[in-house]
Design a protein around this ligand. Structure first.
Ligand code: AMP
Length: 161
């Protein structure tokens, strides 16, 4: 079975790992009109895909070359590896970048201390721990600012009297 069109510039995205993040991403990109292939070693994980998901699912361990070649990784324009295992993500990202010359490669990273390794390999990363910290810091900043507003207003009012 031919999974995809032969045209290189058709452009499709391979998502490795159909967990909470991978499925959400796959649903969002698919709903936005993207051509998506999702790989996961656990076929039950595909239940997380929405009814409107219009992509292709393929079962297998993405660290195995045969699984990647069966998914025709060489024709993908982007590979996003978001399994729950940093070693798997770095291996898939490295294969995509170095063996298949994929232009855009993104890997999920649990351990922020390993970010420098990915940077050296020119692989973009998303680190949930770092993103969450930034968001929490932002929320705390908003809360702090909100707490300051009434105080500032009272000060102004006081000063105006
Ligand atoms: P989550 O932690 O909810 O984001 O889920 C991570 C997903 O990655 C799970 O569905 C796992 O089955 C999947 N996964 C982990 N290792 C691999 C691998 N080597 N190949 C393919 N999928 C994997």
């Amino acid at each position: 079975m031919k999974l995809y069109s032969n045209k290189k510039n058709d452009g499709y995205t391979i998502i490795v790992g159909c967990g909470r993040l991978g499925a959400n991403l796959a649903n969002t990109l698919s709903d936005g009109g993207g051509e998506i292939v999702v790989i996961d070693k656990d076929p039950a994980s595909f239940r997380k895909l929405s009814a409107s998901f219009g992509g292709i699912t393929t079962t297998g361990d993405a660290t195995e070359m045969v699984v990647l070649t069966n998914a025709e990784i060489g024709k993908a324009t982007a590979v996003i590896s978001v399994t729950n295992n940093d070693n798997t993500n770095i291996m898939v990202a490295q294969l995509a970048k170095e063996m298949f010359n994929i232009g855009q490669v993104i890997a999920r990273l649990y351990d922020p201390e390993r970010e420098c390794v990915y940077r050296e390999l020119d692989i973009d990363t998303i680190c949930p721990a770092v993103l969450s910290t930034k968001e929490i810091d932002k929320l705390l900043g908003v809360a702090e600012a909100a707490a300051l507003v009434p105080a500032a207003a009272a000060e102004t009012e006081g000063g105006a009297v």
